[in-house]
Design a binder for this molecule. Structure first.
Ligand code: FES
Length: 255
């Protein structure tokens, strides 16, 4: 039987995709991620609580404390708490693939050879070792998500009355997108069913099985949710800032 010679792997992205503008996706990724990190860092450390009653920016959703002691607590904790969503995204499996390809070209795509083959240490050294803590960032992010939902419920209340403003709807869409991003996490899928060898042998196995199938189905869209939730967080923050500055006035309806 004839044995076909294996085709050598292309050594560059250009060689693998002749005639295609292969560099557009990595370039867009680099620009978008860099812009988001710069903007989020500036917003968090800006020393202004981005709120416009009854709205609060998602960067400032950790509404801890009571009365007057609220602001100092936020000021002290905010930079620390910002580590949670940052840690989740930085160690996210989708983002890892994305930034290794776009920022480090290591490799730039599946079919492309690595640029150089140095000593591979996996995720055993700082900072990549932090990726091993992804599941802990996930659990903490689920708690943050509860705060965000509380903020959204408050965004529909104006001095005790039911209220709808454009900002309420923007905050609602944002938290839905963040929930989709968080709940389609690979680690959550594993935590919910990865340890179960046979669903038929565990209590409530049918329910577990349905949940895991649902998460598996939704997980295929995780990359999409990663992108749009990143933009929605930034845009919600921008919207509240524009209201604060008096640059825009929104339509509101109070019952
Ligand atoms: Fe992306 Fe967990 S948040 S894999």
């Amino acid at each position: 039987m004839a044995v076909e010679a294996l085709t050598p792997r292309p050594s560059t992205a250009k060689e693998a995709s002749p005639g295609r503008a292969w560099w557009i996706e990595p370039a867009l990724t680099v620009v978008s991620y860099s812009a988001f990190v710069i903007y989020a860092t500036w917003s968090v450390f800006d020393q202004i609580n981005v709120t416009f009653y009854p709205y609060v920016s998602p960067f400032f959703s950790t509404w801890l404390g009571v009365g007057l002691i609220r602001i100092p607590i936020i000021a002290i904790l905010l930079p620390i708490l910002a580590v949670i969503p940052l840690g989740l995204r930085g160690s996210c499996y989708y983002y890892r693939k994305s930034y290794f390809r776009s920022f480090f070209w290591d490799p730039p795509a599946c079919a492309i050879q690595e640029l150089k083959r140095g000593t591979y240490r996996g995720e055993t050294r700082f900072p990549w070792v932090l990726n091993n803590y992804h599941r802990y960032f996930l659990v903490l992010s689920l708690i943050v998500l509860v705060f965000l939902w509380v903020d959204v419920v408050r965004a529909f209340t104006y001095h005790g009355s039911f209220f709808i403003g454009l900002g309420s709807l923007i905050m609602l869409v944002n938290v839905i997108l963040l929930s989709l991003y968080t709940l389609t996490c690979h680690s959550l899928r594993y935590l919910m069913g990865g340890r179960i060898d046979a669903f038929s042998r565990v209590r409530f196995g049918t329910i577990w099985h349905r949940i895991v199938r649902l998460l598996t189905w939704a997980n295929t869209r995780h990359g999409l949710y990663a992108w749009i939730s990143m933009f929605s967080v930034a845009l919600t923050d921008v919207y509240v800032r524009l209201l604060m500055a008096g640059i825009i006035h929104e339509p509101r309806w109070i019952a």
